[in-house]
Design a protein around this ligand. Sequence first.
Ligand code: NAP
Ligand code: G4F
Length: 338
Amino acid sequence: MTSKAFITGITGQDGAYLAKLLLEKGYHVHGGVRRISHQETLRLEKLGILQDVRLSEFDLSEMNNITRLIRDNPVDEFYNLAAQSFVGSSWDQPIYAGDVNGLGVVRILDSLRTYHPETRFYQASTSEMFGLVQEVPQRETTRFYPRSPYGVSKVYGHYITTNYRESFGMHASSGILFNHESPLRGQEFVTRKITMALAKIARGSAQPLILGNLEAQRDWGFAGDYVEGMWRMLQQEEANNYVLATGVTTPIRDFVRFAAECLGMELEFDGEGVNEIAINKKTGQKVVEVSEQFFRPAEVDLLIGDASKAQAELGWKATVEIRELAEMMAKSDYDDLR
Ligand code: NAP
Ligand code: G4F
């Protein structure tokens, strides 16, 4: 019999890649979309799968909407990928972040428990929960110390998932995923902001790329690899929590360098803090500036994950290294601007 899956956040980066993966595996894919003034299905269109998925109105803040949807649409696997996912905005909308990213998870879990407790559940947890890291590298057992309202809200989602597994025997797993990017990444996130701005500069723009903290380090992988890990978690006999990461960390400044290099620019960084700039060595053009505007009230300085549990139990491993990722994204933006 054909397996059925429901994906919240199907219009997002991960939702689109996961939908494609599940369709390739022969699933019926049903996804939740927010009722907004226009339907944002660009990513599903880009992957050529818009016509292959069924979409229903879904909002994580609306209990009755979630309950009805779950009651009337039994599925084998339920992936909760929807969230207010931009850390920077979570200081401006902390209550919304808590409601959607935290309470939204228990709205789903409690509806599943009531109507279809046999459904396998995936929660999109995050390395942002490690925040001010208490151990290097970070693994499933590392103590959380979130540094943003987003991180705090995700800790609730993580623990309530574990709690429903332990309280009601539900097959509920949580993936603690480190940053993962792609050409479908939202343009507010730093990697895509970098590749988009540099691609424009490579095509003749004089507008410099304006960034915040260049010192922060992230463990960046490719989103296509990470959705495969989500699926593998739900194929296990027992539900559990897993870190997915590459095990390599890179400062923001180096990601800028890598992306610039594959667009034919060699950069020279000079100065410190908000006075730091980067110049194109060949042309002398100012390519990067730093502005206070993009610094955060509290920063996550270093993330580096240990995915050895996922490797041992799921047979999962990241396959795309950082230079390849920067090149994939920069080239895609450069080509799209043609
Ligand atoms: P994304 O591209 O920002 O997608 C987020 C999705 O959530 C979008 O489809 C968005 O819908 C939807 N959404 C937002 N608020 C909603 C609400 N109130 N009700 C229903 N849907 C709502 O994020 P992503 O990068 O794919 O990340 C997927 C999940 O993994 C998120 O939960 C994120 O927090 C988590 N995560 C991501 C990373 C990463 O590096 N990408 C790492 C760890 C964890 P619209 O299209 O209408 O905006
Ligand atoms: O790309 P970012 O906005 O991603 P961040 O905050 O790490 O969050 C992403 O990864 C999390 C997993 O750890 C997810 F849970 C979350 O949903 C999201 O996908 O920022 C990365 C780093 C930060 O240290 C930020 O301060 O880049 C630094 N940065 C420097 N200049 C900037 C900028 N970030 C953004 N967005 N824009 C800048 O101009």
